[in-house]
Design a protein around this ligand. Structure first.
Ligand code: MTE
Ligand code: MO
Length: 374
């Protein structure tokens, strides 16, 4: 069993797949700005590789084919440590909602395939600079993971555009710490790429190799997965080469808990947008959008600068319990959330119009039904 060496996991996680391991925290536990490491969602495609920090080597392939090598100690000591609070979200977060409209191909996720940590590491831009790698002839920075399928020899890989990798303000890290601890085995020990504001799939764990290239990664997950299509495209007519790989994520929100307290509805959740766009407003309704309450916001890192807001924003709202009758659907009160990011991007109202065959970027208004007792 290639998964026999996978690490122990918190029993609090809701397991969506065992081999490879996929799990998300229950939504009501996503109530802190920083997610504890053992509750951080896990999305693995392959077995977790067992790597000793002292044996670890990162190979860097230059544009001319030359290679350089860095050890874990090199990354920790030769570069100024940099901290960034960054949310990582799987493109398949909230896939269950798309799947309920029309079947999609992809693992089941509720709204918990997203978490936030404070990451520490070497800035990728510093490392590339030190090695003399510039944007000259380099369009993409490819990452290869040390996780491998023992039968097919497939390794996990992905790439990001070179301008993101080399821009110090994008704060891309070769991270060795997650919330002040060595990165746990499930999340990429000893080194993981953290690409703030960019879809989870490019945040490559257990990075063993970096390639400066004029091309994107040729990995399956860069070329034939994690891309969006319109809702008329299905498996019989899809051409994966026709769509660009997802990089920066669109705006999303979710309700993590909602309850009725006396004559009020108390709701709490998260909102997030990619590309460093912060959240400027979250609207919440309990009466089918007849009236909206503006939620109180709590950004994961209030000091993050404009266009560099890489952590999510938690929100909470207290609404008046609407009069029964006109707002109740099937005996339930429906609470809905929608977020606005710093560029005034809005979430789409429904997910039927954004349905796609892989069920990615399911970012419509979120709803939670509360069953009424009476
Ligand atoms: N990196 C490697 N090496 N192998 C993987 O399977 N999964 C990717 C990404 N990096 C993956 C990887 C995907 S799709 C996501 S959503 C995130 O890691 C999940 O990161 P997490 O498990 O730390 O939450
Ligand atoms: Mo993912």
């Amino acid at each position: 069993d290639p998964y026999a060496n996978d690490p122990a996991r918190s029993p609090l996680l809701t397991v969506r797949g065992h081999k490879p391991f996929n799990a998300e925290p229950p939504l009501e536990l996503l109530d802190s700005e920083i997610t504890p490491n053992d509750l951080f969602y896990v999305r693995n495609h392959l077995p977790v590789p067992k790597i000793e920090g002292k044996d670890y080597k990162l190979e860097i392939v230059h544009r001319d084919g030359r290679t350089s090598e860095l050890t874990l100690a090199d990354l920790e000591n030769k570069f100024k440590p940099h901290d960034v609070t960054a949310t990582i979200m799987c493109a398949g977060n909230r896939r269950n909602e798309m799947d309920s409209i029309k079947k999609v191909k992809g693992g089941y996720w509720d709204a918990g395939a997203i978490s936030t940590a404070r990451w520490t590491g070497a800035l990728l831009s510093d490392v590339l600079e030190e090695l003399g790698i510039t944007e000259e002839g380099v369009e993409h920075i490819q990452f290869e993971g040390l996780d491998k399928d023992s039968t097919t020899q497939t390794i996990y890989g992905a790439s990001i555009p070179a301008d993101i990798a080399m821009d110090k303000k994008c704060e891309v890290l070769l991270a060795y710490k997650m919330n002040d601890e060595p990165i746990p085995a499930d999340h990429g020990y000893p080194i993981r790429a953290v690409v703030p504001g960019v879809v989870g799939a490019r945040n490559v764990k257990w990075v063993g190799k970096i390639v400066a290239s004029d091309k994107e990664s040729d990995s399956h997950w860069q070329q034939n997965d994690y891309k969006g299509f319109n809702s008329s495209i299905d498996w019989h007519n899809v051409d994966f080469s026709a769509a660009p790989a997802i990089q920066e994520l669109p705006v999303i929100s979710a309700i993590c808990s909602a309850r009725i307290e006396g004559d009020e509805v108390v709701a709490q959740g998260y909102a997030y947008s990619g590309g460093g766009r912060g959240i400027i407003r979250v609207d919440v309704t309990a009466d089918n959008g007849n009236s909206w309450e503006v939620a109180e916001l709590s950004p994961a890192d209030p000091n993050q600068k404009r266009n560099r807001v890489y952590g999510w924003t938690l929100w909470s709202a207290t609404l008046k319990l609407p009069e029964c009758g006109k707002t109740v659907e099937d005996g339930c009160l429906v609470v809905r959330s929608r977020a606005v990011d710093s560029q005034y991007n809005l979430q789409p109202e429904n997910c039927d119009k954004i349905w796609n065959l892989r069920g990615v970027l399911s970012n419509s208004w979120h709803e939670k039904k509360l069953v009424l007792d009476n």
